[in-house]
Design a protein around this ligand. Structure first.
Ligand code: C5P
Length: 296
């Protein structure tokens, strides 16, 4: 049998249906309670086995391809941890907007870990991949799971949850970035205005029961109020989605992407051109479905 020397894999984006900041930690991070779901929209990564060396190429010139890129850092960390002598060429076809609250970089890192583990035939257990992932970023562990999760700690403690809700998601990004550091540094003042968050069980129960209206009632993000105060266009985008068929709408993660949840693709498809017309060509929109992407 020929040895497999190349794998092409999907690297999904995510949305946060719920993100509550529980407290500030001594290490500067924040403890969270967050529900994340992978989307069937994301990037594509090709990994080719090489005799030696690790290289990264990307079709988006804005992304660095040196060790400051999380995908290459993941490959280097795995190579070192598992004492791998082979190398790899990694090619990243970027579709997910950068610094957008959709987990693009974290997803690429997790996908590289899973894929090189197969390509290099390491059979490293999930516990080892989890350890490497936690050192790379707070969302990387979630993307190792490949399914909806309730995450705690700074996000790296993952608990897979049942999600039987194939809702259509409409993503809208206003074309500017919000720094994750800024979002976490400024969340508290504005969040006081939004009142008590609903318990996370509203979201987990609705996901398990396939209840879209129930899910809409539980949507929450501690980081949203500060961003909406600074960038009111985010609120206008949400309201426009709700006025055009969305059952619920929220900012994802640290933004600036907002998403609407729709009962079906037809209603999301009717809303998408409205957003493009109202907010102009700098606005990026994308329809997707909640659920695991293919990891083959
Ligand atoms: O872990 P990650 O690199 O994604 O985090 C980026 C920044 O977001 C951190 O440096 C920190 O300022 C903030 N953060 C936080 N609490 C978290 C996750 C991220 O304060 N749970």
């Amino acid at each position: 049998m020929p040895t497999q020397v190349e794998l092409t894999v999907f690297s999904p984006a995510k949305i946060n249906l719920y993100l509550r900041i529980v407290g500030r930690r001594a290490d500067g991070y924040h403890d969270l309670e967050t529900v994340m779901v992978p989307l069937d929209f994301g990037d594509e990564i090709v990994c080719q086995r090489r005799r030696a060396g690790l290289t990264l190429e990307c079709d988006d010139p804005r992304l660095p391809t040196d060790e400051s890129n999380l995908a290459l850092r993941a490959a280097l960390a795995l190579k070192e941890r598992c004492e791998v002598t082979s190398g790899a060429r990694i090619v990243l076809r970027k579709r997910t907007p950068l610094a957008a609250g959709l987990g693009g970089g974290s997803s690429n890192a997790a996908t590289v870990l899973l894929t090189l583990n197969r390509l290099w035939k390491l059979e490293a257990p999930m516990a080892v991949l989890d350890e490497i992932a936690a050192g790379l970023g707070s969302d990387v562990n979630f993307f190792l799971r490949g399914s909806a999760c309730l995450c705690r700690g700074r996000g790296e403690q993952t608990e897979p949850i049942a999600a039987r809700l194939p809702a259509t998601v409409l993503l809208a990004n206003p074309g500017f970035e919000i720094s994750t550091k800024w979002a976490y540094a400024n969340w508290a003042g504005a969040a006081k205005l939004t009142g008590e968050p609903p318990p996370v069980s509203v979201v987990t129960c609705a996901l398990a029961g396939g209840d879209l209206r129930g899910l809409a009632g539980g949507l929450y993000n501690s980081l949203e109020a500060a961003s909406v105060t600074k960038f009111p266009v985010l609120q206008v985008m949400k309201e426009m989605m709700l006025a055009h068929g969305a059952v619920g709408a929220l900012m994802s993660g640290s933004g600036a992407t907002v998403f609407g949840l729709f009962a079906d693709a037809a209603s999301a498809g009717a809303c998408e051109p409205v957003l493009r017309r109202e907010f102009g060509p700098s606005t990026w929109t994308q329809m997707a479905r909640m659920g695991a992407g293919s990891q083959s």
